[in-house]
Design a protein around this ligand. Structure first.
Ligand SMILES: [Zn+2]
Length: 357
């Protein structure tokens, strides 16, 4: 193992050599300096010129696993960061959004750097590039190398080396590939996008129907969300609807005197609606279903909540407290089983008198 001092000296580590068409590269492993045996093409932008270096068996094995290694590192880090983003949105919800985002970005950037460094350890840092060294010279094929062992062998074999002042070309070409620049940011970008998507699309809602006495205040995770006035009759703007991020939420309703009317820790999945009904004894919340693919068929009805009840609705509600048909339909005098959910069915939530017992 030669040249450990060169390894840590960037000024002599990066070098550029002119490689004429008729010359081959020496069989020195560019990764470790051992005798090379496995030919590997040097990466190049020009497919018509092929140049091979020779890796030793050990480094060839490493290089063969490089893609797997990189995939494993980045997949692991992306999965960790995206799980962290999911956990943050579902546990903290809408609290401290800026802090959530900054913490997520910092951890994802750090893990991205680690994954990039670990998965790049076996990358061949060589490139065959066409460059014009000075404006008055033609373009030449140059081997840009960051391998101290290969550089030493090439100097020994009297390959023409580009003047030290021009080594910047090599350094630039070997350190500024798109992957070298953007790779460390990939986990941060993916987990940030995932976090934003969760914030935007993973929504649930809370619907409060209040028939009194007096108004109630809705608190979610101890934050005031709105005041719901008492209403006795069905009307389209009855109650209060609050949209929020899905997850485990503490939901409370307080009377104007500050007493807790309702208090619970509720786990809401995306798309669910938590219906909190504070009703008079004779009023019920109904579900009305209308098959609009068969005009003229009557609505089917089922009771969702009596007096004061909390219901978790999984399906989409098309209309809140608005008749689906012409309004002439009335709920049945005895309870019938609810209709099956089927395509072509519209669902409304209604506030009407309870069925007789
Ligand atoms: Zn080697």
């Amino acid at each position: 193992m030669g040249a450990p001092n060169l390894r840590h000296d960037p000024s002599s580590r990066y070098a550029a050599f002119v490689v004429p068409e008729d010359r081959l590269l020496p069989a020195v492993c560019p990764q470790c300096g051992a005798a090379g045996s496995v030919p590997v093409p040097v990466p190049t932008d020009h497919p018509e010129r092929r140049l091979h270096v020779h890796l030793c068996d050990l480094c060839a094995g490493h290089a063969a696993r490089r893609a797997t290694l990189r995939f494993a590192w980045f997949t692991a880090v992306v999965v960790v960061c995206m799980s962290m983003a999911s956990a943050m949105t579902f546990i903290w919800g809408e609290r401290g959004r800026l802090i959530q985002f900054v913490v997520l970005a910092l951890i994802a950037l750090l893990l991205g750097q680690v994954a990039h460094a670990r998965s790049n350890a076996a990358v061949l840092r060589l490139k065959l590039s066409w460059a014009r060294l000075r404006p008055d010279l033609p373009q030449q094929p140059l081997l840009l190398s960051a391998s101290p062992w290969l550089n030493q062998a090439l100097i020994r074999l009297e390959f023409a080396q580009v003047a030290p002042g021009d080594r910047g070309v090599a350094r630039h070409a070997l350190t500024t590939s798109a992957w070298a620049r953007l790779g460390p940011f990939v986990p941060a970008l993916l987990s940030g996008a995932w976090w934003l998507a969760l914030e935007g699309f993973s929504r649930a809602s809370i619907y409060v129907v209040n028939m009194g006495p007096g108004p109630v205040v809705l608190l979610v995770d101890d934050r005031h969300q709105g005041t719901v006035a008492a209403t006795r009759f069905e009307q389209p703007n009855l109650g209060y609807r609050h949209e929020l991020l899905a997850g485990a939420r503490s939901v409370r309703l307080l009377s104007s005197a500050g007493e807790a009317v309702y208090s619970n820790e509720q786990r809401l999945l995306p798309g669910q609606t938590l219906l909190i009904a504070r009703l008079l004894p004779e009023s019920c919340v109904w579900e009305e279903r209308l098959d609009y693919e068969h005009p003229g068929s009557p609505s089917s009805w089922s009771v969702l909540a009596r007096s004061s009840q909390v219901v978790l609705l999984d399906q989409m509600v098309d209309a809140w407290f608005t008749p689906l048909g012409d309004g002439s339909d009335q709920p049945p005098q005895s309870l019938t089983p609810g209709a099956e959910t089927a395509p072509g069915t519209r669902v409304a939530v209604r506030l009407l008198p309870c069925p007789p017992p």
